[in-house]
Design a protein around this ligand. Structure first.
Ligand code: NAD
Ligand code: TDX
Length: 330
C-alpha cells in the first residue's frame, strides 16, 4: 500500500509515520509537508520506505500528481496552534480550508481513499460541571479561527462524500501529548521551560480542562478507522483523560523535582475554551479500538524523559517560540 501522509513532519503525523513503519511492513509512505515553523525534518524517519516531499497542500498541481500515485491519503497537515490563530488567522484559512479543498478535489478526481484528521475543538466547549461529553451528534460550535477552519474543513469532507461519493472518513480527537510535539504547546512548553530554569506559565486560573490522549493511541485509532471505518462516518477519539491545566502543571513540576506551586499565572487566552471531553463509544464499540496508555502520570513522566534526552530536537525552536509568547504577553 502506498500512503500519502500530509503534515508528516509535524507532531502527530511524524508519530503516525513511525508507528506505520513499526507495525505495517507492507506500507510505503510519502510525506507531503511544507516544513513551516511547525515541521521538522528531524522528526521524519530516515528509512527507505519513507519519502519526504516539501510542498504546500494548497498547490493544486503538486497535490494532484501525488494523490494520483497513492492508494490512500491521511491528512494531518494544518496550522494547529490556537494562540497563533488569534494573532494572524490567514495561514489557518490558507492551509486548513484551501489546502484541504485541493486535497479533496484531487482525491475526488482519482477516487482515492481519504482520511481527514480533525479535532474535538470543532464542537466548542463544555461547562466544568456538564455531565455531557462530545459525541458525533454534538452541533458544531467552534470558538477560534483555528477551530473554525478545522470545522469548515470537516464540513467540506462531509459534503464531498455526499455530493461526489468521496471514499472518506473523519476523526475528531482530543488533546494529544507525547514525543515530537512543538514546544509552543502546553506540555512541552512547561517541560522545556523547567529544563531551562524558567517557571511554567499557566493561562488565567488554570481551571480549563483538556481530555489528554497519548499520540500513539490517537494514531492507532486513525489506522483502525482507515482499515475498518465506515465511509462517510465521523469517529471521535478520546481516552477519558480529563485533567485541568493547573493539575497538569503541578504534576510536571512534581515529576521534575520542583515544588508543585512553583509556576506563574500569565494573561488568559482570549475566548479560551473551558472544557473538552470526548465520548468515544462509537469507536470503541463499532471498531473495537481501546487506548493502551491508561495512566496519564506515567505517560507524562515518559514524555518528560523524552524531552530531557532530546534537547537537540527541541532547542532550535525554543527561543523563537518564547519571543513570540513574549510579544503576545503570555
Ligand atoms: P503540528 O503543527 O505539529 O504539525 C502540522 C504539520 O503540517 C507541520 O509539519 C507543518 O509543516 C505542516 N503544514 C502546515 N501547513 C502546511 C501546508 N500548507 N502544506 C503542507 N504542510 C503543511 O500539528 P499536530 O499537532 O501534529 O496536528 C496534526 C493534525 O491533528 C492537525 O490537523 C490538527 O488539527 C489535528 N489535531 C491535533 C491535536 C493536538 O492535540 N495536537 C488534537 C486533535 C487533532
Ligand atoms: O503556556 C501555556 N499555558 C497554558 O495554560 C499554553 C501554551 C497553554 N495553556 C493552556 C491553554 C489550554 O487550555 O493549556 C491548554 C492546552 O493548550 P494548547 O497546548 O495550546 O492546546 P489547545 O489550545 O487545547 O489545542 C490543542 O488540542 C486540540 C492543539 O493545539 C490543537 O491542535 C488540537 O486541535
Amino acid at each position: 500500500m502506498k500512503l500519502l501522509v500530509t503534515g508528516g513532519a509535524g507532531f502527530i503525523g511524524a508519530n503516525f509515520v513511525r508507528l506505520t513503519l513499526d507495525t505495517r511492513p507492507d506500507v510505503t509512505v510519502t510525506v507531503l509537508d511544507l516544513l513551516t515553523y511547525a515541521g521538522n525534518t528531524a522528526s521524519v524517519p530516515d528509512d527507505p520506505r519513507v519519502t519526504l516531499v516539501k510542498g504546500d497542500i494548497a498547490d493544486p498541481e503538486l497535490v494532484d500528481s501525488l494523490v494520483r500515485e497513492h492508494d490512500a491519503v491521511v491528512h494531518f497537515a494544518a496550522e494547529s496552534h490556537n494562540d497563533n490563530s488569534l494573532d494572524d488567522p490567514w495561514p489557518f484559512v490558507h492551509t486548513n480550508l484551501v489546502g484541504t479543498f485541493q486535497l479533496l478535489e484531487a482525491a475526488r478526481r482519482h477516487q482515492t481513499r481519504f482520511h481527514h484528521v480533525s479535532t474535538d475543538e470543532v464542537y466548542g466547549d463544555l461547562d466544568l460541571d456538564d455531565p455531557a461529553k462530545f459525541t458525533p451528534e454534538t452541533p458544531y460550535n467552534p470558538s477560534s479561527p483555528y477551530s473554525s477552519t478545522k470545522a469548515g474543513s470537516d464540513l467540506m469532507v462531509r459534503a464531498w462524500v455526499r455530493s461526489f461519493g468521496l471514499q472518506a472518513t473523519i476523526s475528531n480527537c482530543s488533546n494529544n501529548y507525547g514525543p515530537l510535539q512543538h514546544v509552543e504547546k502546553f506540555i512541552p512548553r512547561q517541560i522545556t521551560n523547567l529544563l531551562d530554569g524558567v517557571r511554567p506559565k499557566l493561562y488565567g486560573a488554570g481551571l480549563n480542562v483538556r481530555d489528554w490522549i497519548h499520540v500513539d493511541d490517537h494514531n492507532r485509532a486513525v489506522w483502525t478507522i482507515l482499515e475498518r471505518g465506515r465511509i462517510g462516518e465521523t469517529y471521535l477519539i478520546g481516552a477519558d483523560g480529563e485533567v485541568d491545566n493547573r493539575t497538569v502543571i503541578e504534576t510536571i513540576l512534581e515529576l521534575m523535582g520542583h515544588e508543585p506551586t512553583d509556576y506563574e499565572h500569565v494573561a488568559d487566552r482570549p475566548g479560551h475554551d473551558l472544557r473538552y471531553a470526548i465520548d468515544a463509544t462509537k469507536l470503541r464499540e463499532e471498531l473495537g479500538w481501546e487506548p493502551v496508555y491508561g495512566d496519564f502520570r506515567a505517560g507524562l513522566a515518559a514524555t518528560i524523559a523524552w524531552y530531557r534526552a532530546n534537547e537537540s530536537w527541541w532547542r532550535p525552536q525554543k527561543l523563537e517560540t518564547e519571543l513570540r509568547y513574549q510579544r503576545l504577553g503570555r
